[in-house]
Design a protein around this ligand. Sequence first.
Ligand code: 5BU
Length: 473
Amino acid sequence: MTMEYEKQLENLAINLFEIDAVKFGEFTTKTGLKTPIYFDLRVIVSYPIIMDSISKLLYEFAVKDNNCDHLCGVPYTALPVATLLSIKAKMPMLMRRKESKSYGTKKMIEGHYKQGDTCLIIEDVVTSGSSVLETINDLRKEGLRAEEAIVILDREQTGRKNLEDNNVKLKSLFTMTQLLKILVANKKITEEMSANVKSYLQNVQAPVIATSLQRTLIPYEKRAEQATNVIAKKLFDIMAVKKTNLCLSVDLTTCTQILNLVEEVGDHICLLKTHVDIIEDFHLDFTKKIKEMAQRHNFLILEDRKYADIGNTVSLQHTKGLYKINEWADCVTAHSLPGEGILKALNDQDNERGVFLLAEMSSEGNLITPDYTEATAKMAAKYPHLITGFVCQKRDTFVDPGLIQLTPGVQLESSKDDLGQVYNTPEKVVLENGADVIVVGRGIVKAKNPKTQALVYKNRLWECYEKRISTSK
Ligand code: 5BU
């Protein structure tokens, strides 16, 4: 950076101090903590010359050479700064709404954009990074890529680390250390005050934000310890012991076909997923045999029943009729659509059971929205002992490392079937999208040699998982 730039930066620090955007003394924060330093950059809108110099400096520092398709300010303080930068850099702006979600499925991001477009984030001050992450999460839900954030000031209180953990690179015009240095050199504050602030910042670090990325970096055996649902714990343990995260979706229509295939591949899977209602010669004896195999080969059974009715009906569907699902399935899938009644109906206190709640689907054009997914995650949080995890496609769906992400729609090459199923590769679902247990149906069932193919899937999926956890070491 040039001398001229350094000088302007110094002037800006002094100006911010003089307009009381940075104050020293003894303050109490919103959460009741005492702090020797206080920032209020909202006041800068009253000082057009300072606004001008902030936007010029940010432009020179990090926007001029940036290739992002858009920029987006974190509401509200950074919005006018982002607007000035957008005009100066001729980089189109996006706006994130901050209103509560009472708007239902109303768009959270205003402006024109395409899936996969990149977006640069502008913020005034970063402490823990949570505000930046809120904006980024909303952008990511819309399919935008947000991996860079520029801030005026980094308070050096874990914000940088929290953002890095979420795959966001932070650039700051000032760090707190630099700002203090300028103010001391210009005799605006004493050395003693500066030391006081530094020791405060070191002692009072902002909390580390748990992220969806973090959960995917933890090995299964450690996640087993964090699971609240018994089935989730068992499943994590099985995966770690058998070194497989493969779930076979055994979509065959006779008992013999199923039993023969499971006998062949049982050692390669952690979970067997069934659709009992497609079996033409179903009888309860079959469930006995499959349970015996599950014990012998050490896997669990998931009946992919996708319950979606009122609680009373679901309770009957689960325990009565031909299938008596509650007697043999370790876990089932259910939609969140009908509301909590469905979870109350499945909340069997006497048995060790679990539910995978459908938060997303793999099929093209499905009607699930980001708000629906978020509401599903919230609903699940009320039933920690019952919920094993989510059937979903994206990592951002949840953060709790004790829950399991079950992802269907997987084959060795990305493709589609004729009825709307969308397939992603093992690399994409495990490394990028955060899948923990991976559902493969026709990729194995329809293969010439299902046994060999199951081993191919098992090895490739496990390699992806090992690669994923190794990035945190
Ligand atoms: P496939 O043969 O690998 O396409 O089978 C996928 C299985 O997963 C099949 O049994 C579906 O019913 C199930 N599935 C899915 O494909 N996509 C979803 O979003 C959900 C379930 Br939920």
